[in-house]
Design a protein around this ligand. Sequence first.
Ligand SMILES: *Cc1c(COP(=O)(O)O)cnc(C)c1O
Length: 216
Amino acid sequence: MSLAEIRDRIGQAEAKAGRAPGSVTLIAVSKQQPEDRIEAVLREGHRVFGENRVQEAAGRWPALRDRYEGIELHLIGPLQTNKARQAMELVQAIHSVDRPKLARTLARLADELGHCPELFVQVNTGEEPQKAGVLPGEADGFVAECRDLGLPVVGLMCIPPLDEEPSLHFALLAKIAARNGLEGLSMGMSGDFEQAIALGATHVRVGSAIFGERPG
Ligand SMILES: *Cc1c(COP(=O)(O)O)cnc(C)c1O
C-alpha cells in the first residue's frame, strides 16, 4: 500500500465518522525500516513519524532532520527513565507514559530543560500482564498525578490485545479519555486504523501498511 492510499483511507474514515478533514494525525511508524523507505515517504512530503526505541530514533533522525524541514517525532514504545532525557531532547510527543516513576522523571527534566513533549498516558486496556500501560481502573488516578506534576498530558494511548476485537478497546479508551477531559486518542495501527477513527482516534500509528513488512 502507498502513503497516498493510507491518507485517502483516513480521509474517508474521517468523513464517514462525521469528523473534520485533517482531524486525524497519521504517525508513520518507521521503526526497523530501511532508510531508503523512510526517505521515500519524506520525499512524498510526510513529516510525522513514530519510533518505538529511543536508541534507534537517535541514531537515524538527527541526520534526516538536517536534510528535511519540519520533522515531528513521536516515541510510541516503552521508555526507561535513564533514556528519558535523550527522548525529551529528540521527540515532540511521548505516547507511553505508564508509571509514577517515569512521570516524576519527566517532570524533573521538563523543569530543567524548560520544555516537555506532548504526553499520552498508555492504558493497558486488555489488562495483559506482559503489556505496558496503567490498568483501566488506575488511569484516572494516574492522569491526575501527572497533572499535579505539571505534565502536559494531551491524551491516552492503547495497543489492543492481538486476539480481541479492537473496537471494544478503542471505545474503552475513548470513555476513559472523555471522563478525564482529554482530547487526544492515540489508537489504531495498520490493521484497524479505520475502526479507531470511527471511535475518535486523533492519532493513528501506521507502520507496515505504509512501509511494507518490517525486515527480519
Ligand atoms: C509497531 C507499532 C505500531 C505500528 O504497527 P503496524 O502494524 O506496523 O502498523 C503502532 N504502535 C506501536 C506502539 C508499535 O510498536
